[in-house]
Design a binder for this molecule. Structure first.
Ligand code: GSN
Length: 232
């Protein structure tokens, strides 16, 4: 009986994806967002020291890099491979090749914008000021006008195929991250404002945005030294 229970518990545990990363946003946050939007529960194993990360590098990380996600018997690295697998599994990657290409194209745009936001807390002084200008300019003059145009072109609620996809999830993440640094970033983009409201009220996303979820706060500049110590 004990064995049976233990086995059942093991099966239950391995059914949930397990995310291996430090306890912060970084490149894992988009994966957390996508799983949460799809309504998938997941577990997290955080490393806190260089020694813990080095042990993972020596054993399970194919390219000695995180993010790594244990899912369906695989130990997946490379965040795009992970995102695409989750998106395909939970029907967030479109219904045909053309939709898929557009979803990936829009997702990559959001990821390019997110890269700028991601490095921001790790910079100091003038470099950080310059990065904030770049985030503001690229968001307002390049990325947000593009997404506004896409939404306007078809008048639908989501970027592709009139249903939520990975691209919408990446975009709402990017919008909220940029707004943390540039509060008026969406002024002049009425369709993106409506998109943000709509996406934020989808039950799975609403839950992820509420306190107590697995969403991580923006990296505090005072924590960057600790994070750098883990990786270098
Ligand atoms: O997209 C990807 O997952 C990879 N192309 C890049 C992953 C990556 O750069 N991981 C860094 C940590 S930064 N963000 O998570 C990493 O694991 N560095 C350790 C190392 O020894 O390279």
């Amino acid at each position: 009986m004990w064995c049976f229970i233990k086995k059942t518990q093991n099966i239950t545990m391995t059914n949930k994806p397990v995310l291996h990363y430090f306890n912060g946003r970084g490149r894992m946050e988009s994966i957390r967002w996508l799983l949460a939007a799809a309504g998938v529960e997941f577990e997290e194993q955080f490393f806190e020291t260089k020694e813990q990360l080095d042990k993972l590098k020596a054993t399970v990380l194919l390219f000695q890099q995180v993010p790594m996600v244990e899912i369906d018997g695989m130990k997946l690295v490379q965040c795009r491979a992970i995102l695409h697998y989750i998106a395909e599994k939970y029907n967030l990657l479109g219904k045909d090749m053309k939709e898929r290409a557009k979803i990936i194209m829009y997702s990559e745009g959001a990821m390019d914008l997110m890269e700028l936001v991601m490095v921001y807390p790790f910079l100091k002084g003038e470099e950080q000021t310059k990065k904030l200008t770049e985030i503001t300019t690229k968001a307002k003059d390049r990325y947000f006008p593009a997404y506004e145009k896409v939404l306007k072109s078809h008048g639908q609620n989501f970027l592709v195929g009139n249903q939520m996809s990975m691209a919408d999830v990446q975009l709402i993440e990017a919008i909220l991250s940029v707004e943390e640094k540039v509060p008026d970033a969406l002024s002049g983009f009425p369709l993106l404002q409506a998109f943000k409201t709509r996406m934020s009220s989808i039950p799975t996303i609403k839950k992820f945005l509420a306190p107590g979820s697995k969403r991580k706060p923006a990296i505090d500049p005072k924590d960057t030294e600790e994070i750098i110590k883990i990786f270098y």
